[in-house]
Design a protein around this ligand. Structure first.
Ligand SMILES: Cc1cc2nc3c(=O)[nH]c(=O)nc-3n(C[C@H](O)[C@H](O)[C@H](O)COP(=O)(O)OP(=O)(O)OC[C@H]3O[C@@H](n4cnc5c(N)ncnc54)[C@H](O)[C@@H]3O)c2cc1C
Length: 453
């Protein structure tokens, strides 16, 4: 049963939590909405792929679950680039967390930004004025942030793609560049405005490049008849010698061919040094003048990881045990993009992808249930469903179970899987409808520039 959000409970230690002692003395008499007394309290930070699946996997457990997120929605990031390129409205890829948890009687949600965690006192800190939130078990699933490798100019002068507001900003910026170009008399300035640079040849960069190309060639070409669409350039810059490094070589080649056919200029071995005032400076000394520069070249763990005082590995991800918890604080589990664990394909770190987060979230929840029942914890075992990326409206690459596919069949597989994993019947209908309209008419509905005069 859900307790009232105005309920003030005296926090008692959970009698049913073995081995991990509850720090009775240190817990404040906090106002704890939706937390009942007497049974273990599981606090989950982040309602993304990892956190949400952990919460759902605890549905039948004899625990109280409190899910925290600074947004009130769960975002489906694999389709974010479609919001940024006017293919989908942002409401189609997000769903309110409270609606998702409505039928889960042992769970509640609170919209809060978690600033840090006091691991010794077992408290989650959500900012000035807010009461610390005590926990018996904690699952940290706060995801990732853009990684600029300490280069502040890159952070300031490029556009990222990590959440709904980023996607909307990017869409406004791209459409705004066309508006300005249409009114620009100087051909050089116009050419710069119509130059779009994407830094990073991973899946996000490739998907963005493909989607921008289609938006320009099929839609904006008709919207801006006075502009010469041949003047637009999409440059995909990649520091290494290949795009889509995580995919087999045959699929890398297929993706490259398709992008080139779509007019995307792929520049390999191009490391970016800085971006200032619309000029991208490369390490080889050359420069590109561009009105839009998208950063898709690096991700790191959420900044929350830096506050824990726990050991961090590559990309600032938190080092965890194979049972997904911290060695020094076994009651704390870290999952998804925040977590660093080796063992993928033998010895690599598990990648920052949705399936890893989903499966780790479920495993963390099951380990908490095991711990409460006095059973030993199980190590994380990953079932690899494969990877895929889409290039435009009817082409994708697909690498799963030893099968390498590219083209339309891979794209149909991509469509099917994204619809299955999208949360909410309404969202599935909206996305399918939009895709059908895009596919048959080459139209895109969401070509609005919002939020400024
Ligand atoms: C543009 C883009 C495209 C992608 N495409 C794919 C793809 O095609 N396939 C694939 O498998 N993966 C893809 N990914 C990666 C995938 O989305 C992530 O690996 C996955 O979301 C990780 O799950 P998570 O639970 O760790 O984090 P997330 O799903 O990101 O969830 C983290 C949650 O924590 C919340 N949060 C963060 N910090 C705080 C805080 N301090 N306080 C409170 N709440 C907080 C966030 O609001 C968010 O809801 C993509 C990612 C992006 C950004």
């Amino acid at each position: 049963m859900k307790s009232s959000t105005t309920d003030t409970t005296t926090l008692e230690p959970s009698s049913s939590v073995p081995a991990v002692e509850t720090q009775e003395g240190s817990l404040p008499q906090a106002s704890m909405p939706a937390i009942r007394t007497g049974r273990p309290r599981v606090v989950i930070v982040g309602a993304g792929f990892g956190g949400l699946n952990a919460a759902r996997a605890l549905a039948k457990a004899d625990v109280d679950v409190l899910l925290l997120d600074h947004n009130n929605y769960h975002g489906f990031w694999p389709l974010l680039y479609q919001v940024a390129t006017a293919g989908l409205e942002k409401e189609a890829i997000a769903y309110p967390v409270r609606a998702i948890l409505r039928r889960q009687s042992n769970a509640d949600f609170r919209m809060a930004h978690v600033e840090s965690v006091d691991l010794d006192k077992r408290l989650v800190l959500t900012g000035t004025g807010s009461q610390p939130i005590p926990y018996d078990y904690l699952i940290l699933a706060a995801g990732s942030a853009d990684n600029y490798f300490g280069n502040n100019a890159l952070a300031r002068n490029t556009l990222g793609l990590k959440d709904l507001s980023d996607a909307e900003t990017l869409r406004n910026h791209v459409l705004g560049a066309f508006e300005r170009a249409a009114a620009e008399p100087d051909p050089e300035t116009r050419r710069s405005l119509l130059t779009f640079v994407i830094i990073g040849g991973g899946p996000t960069g490739v998907e963005m490049a493909g989607a921008l190309s289609e938006l320009f060639r099929h839609v904006l070409r008709k919207d801006y008849p006075t502009l010469d669409i041949g003047q637009t350039s999409i440059l995909l810059l990649e520091a290494s010698d290949r795009i889509l490094a995580a995919f087999p070589e045959s699929l890398q080649r297929a993706a490259k061919r398709k992008l080139i056919r779509m007019g995307v200029q792929i520049k390999l071995g191009m490391a970016v040094e800085s971006v200032e005032d619309g000029t991208v400076s490369l390490k080889d000394g050359s420069q590109i003048h561009a009105g839009t520069v998208v950063w898709a070249a690096g991700v790191r763990s959420s900044m929350l990881a830096d506050t824990l005082g726990a050991e961090q590995a590559r990309n600032a991800r938190v080092k965890i045990l194979p049972t997904l918890n911290l060695a020094q604080h076994p009651e704390v589990f870290v999952v998804g993009d925040m977590a660093y664990l080796e063992g993928y394909k033998g010895k690599d770190a598990y990648p920052m992808v949705a399936q890893v987060a989903i499966q780790q979230g479920k495993r963390a929840a099951r380990n908490i249930i095991s711990h409460i029942a006095g059973r030993s914890l199980a190590s994380f075992r990953y079932f690899d469903y494969g990877t895929m990326a889409t290039i435009g409206r009817s082409s994708a690459i697909f690498d799963a179970f030893g099968i390498h596919l590219s083209g339309r069949l891979a794209w149909l597989g991509w469509l099917f899987i994204h619809i299955i994993y999208l949360i909410g019947f309404r969202n599935r209908v909206i996305v399918l409808f939009n895709w059908a309209v895009n596919y048959f008419t080459y139209e895109r509905g969401v070509r609005l520039i919002t939020g400024g005069k």
